[in-house]
Design a protein around this ligand. Structure first.
Ligand SMILES: [Fe+2]
Length: 496
């Protein structure tokens, strides 16, 4: 099967040095920038009115009209250190850096990192609100730090940004340290219904919680289109932007009629719905800025969920999304749904935003970027795994598994919008989990845990293995991971 071997080599390049590769072999034929509201399908709004919901950036700019700004700062653990990830709309013109030290007024060390970016849709050049957009992602790592120790840091100004405040973080307790600690564990957040979760997180930080562990479905960026799809009965908040009445027939709220200030992005999907923005990328930007009160203070560890995969998951009545994303038809219908891998703009496929907007210690712990990795904290070993891709019959399967007959590649219509990965190598059949790098890594990672130092082993992925509500993927997650977790005595498995 020479052809298959060549295909596998091509597949394993989905992540090259942590930088994702997006398949473009069939053209994208949708709108240049999908905007999830027919009432106002423009990037920066045109005065039709949206509730205002502006989140402050991580660093307050020195002037009212900054040319560039640090909008997001997010901490994560790396072995014996801390990773500082920060985001700006435009480049820095130099290597990103962080000044740090043991005391707030003695930041005598400086460490440099690297920057990555992607062709997000819309680009930050198209979004007028400089303090609400991120397109350049900066990675700076502080290594060889002492465990359980507080350090101080500051991001210096560069290319129009303002210096951050002097901030602090505390490194992980050493493996084997018997001190107590608390962790905030959460899944499925988004924005509209997550006010309570946010308050609990802020409270947890103020009470000394060590870190947050978020098992997927962070921003619900893909909810940009909920102002387009007809409302479903089980949606708590909804407005069908194609109509002029609200569900239940209530009047249009006054704030919907109030024009936005010039240049402000329409960052609420509709009077009663959307997640928070009618733009996929702005949902990410604003959710990350909302979480700034947490992510600048404690490490925020994440793993992938289904809402990170692509710009949409399913079509609505009349196949309104297929009409829009495939044909660029506003407020139209099609006889058949045809959401394919190529329906989303390239930057909204294959977990691309997710891969850029965080930095987890995959590379540092033998895993893969933000998909699978592990870390120790005191008496516990924490393992994040990817329940979306990279095992047999994974829910967001790579589209190469759709190859039929003599095909080398599936046709566009044989693919699906959430097809993703694999992000690690597949050495053998796609139908056997033991072929996958993720499985090999998990087995190795669990085997080398020193239970004298870290007697507790916790694993999380987004997907439940068991549930009273049946879904077929549960069986596949069980088949992939249950026996290896039992073999190595994993104490608890968390999921969303
Ligand atoms: Fe989910």
């Amino acid at each position: 099967m020479k052809g298959a071997a060549a295909l596998l080599v091509a597949l394993s390049t989905s992540v090259v040095n942590g930088h994702p590769v997006v398949d473009n072999r069939y053209p994208y034929t949708g709108p240049a920038v999908p905007v999830g509201d027919w009432v106002d399908p423009t990037v920066n709004g045109n005065g039709k009115g949206f509730p205002r919901l502006v989140e402050p950036p991580a660093v307050k700019p020195a002037s009212t009209n900054p040319k560039n700004n640090v909008n997001v700062i997010s901490l994560s653990y790396v072995p014996n250190g801390i990773h500082i990830h920060y985001q700006t709309p435009f480049g820095l013109g130099e290597a990103p850096s962080v000044k740090w030290g043991k005391y707030p007024n003695e930041l005598h060390h400086i460490v440099y990192g690297f920057t990555h970016t992607y062709d997000r849709t819309p680009s930050c050049a198209e979004v007028k609100a400089v303090t609400q957009c991120s397109q350049f992602f900066h990675e700076v790592q502080l290594n060889h730090l002492k465990p359980g120790t507080t350090y101080y840091y500051q991001i210096p100004p560069a290319n129009g940004t303002t210096a951050s405040d002097v901030l602090s973080f505390t490194t992980a307790q050493a493996a084997g340290d018997k001190s107590q600690f608390n962790v905030a564990v959460l899944n499925d957040m988004g924005y509209t219904n997550a006010g309570g979760t946010y308050k609990q997180l802020v409270k947890a930080v103020s009470e000394g919680t060590a870190f947050a562990w978020h098992g997927g479905d962070m921003s619900y960026a893909d909810d940009w289109y909920s102002g387009i799809l007809p409302c479903a009965d089980d949606w708590p908040l909804c407005y069908n932007g194609t109509g002029t009445t609200l569900p239940g027939g209530g009047p249009i709220p006054d704030d919907y009629k109030t024009p936005l200030p010039a240049g402000e992005i329409p960052n609420q999907g509709s009077p009663r719905g959307g997640d928070m923005s009618v733009l996929y990328e702005s949902n990410w930007d604003l959710w990350q800025q909302w979480l700034g009160n947490i992510t600048t203070k404690i490490p925020y560890m994440v793993l992938p969920g289904n809402h990170e995969a692509a710009c949409a998951e399913f079509d609505g009545a009349g196949n309104v999304l297929s009409a829009y994303l495939d044909e660029g038809i506003l407020n139209g219908t099609l006889p058949k749904t045809n959401l394919t891998y190529y329906s989303c703009p390239p930057s909204q496929r294959n977990f691309t935003g997710y891969q850029h907007r965080f930095h987890m210690p995959g590379h540092e712990t033998g895993g893969v970027s933000n998909f699978w990795y592990s870390f120790d904290y005191g008496l516990a070993h924490f393992v994040s795994i990817d329940g979306e891709t990279d095992f047999a019959k994974s829910p967001e399967s790579p589209f190469q598994t759709k190859v039929k007959g003599d095909e080398k590649l599936p046709t566009a219509s044989e693919t699906y919008i959430t097809n993703s990965g694999p992000f690690g190598e597949v050495d053998g059949s796609f139908n056997e989990t033991k072929s996958y790098a993720q499985f090999k890594w998990l087995k190795k990672d669990l085997a080398k845990v020193d239970r004298k130092k870290t007697p507790w082993v916790f694993v999380m992925s987004h997907r439940p293995m068991y549930s009273s509500a049946y879904s077929s993927y549960q069986k596949h997650v069980r088949e992939a991971f249950e026996s290896v977790m039992l073999e190595y005595g994993v104490d608890a498995y968390f999921s969303g």
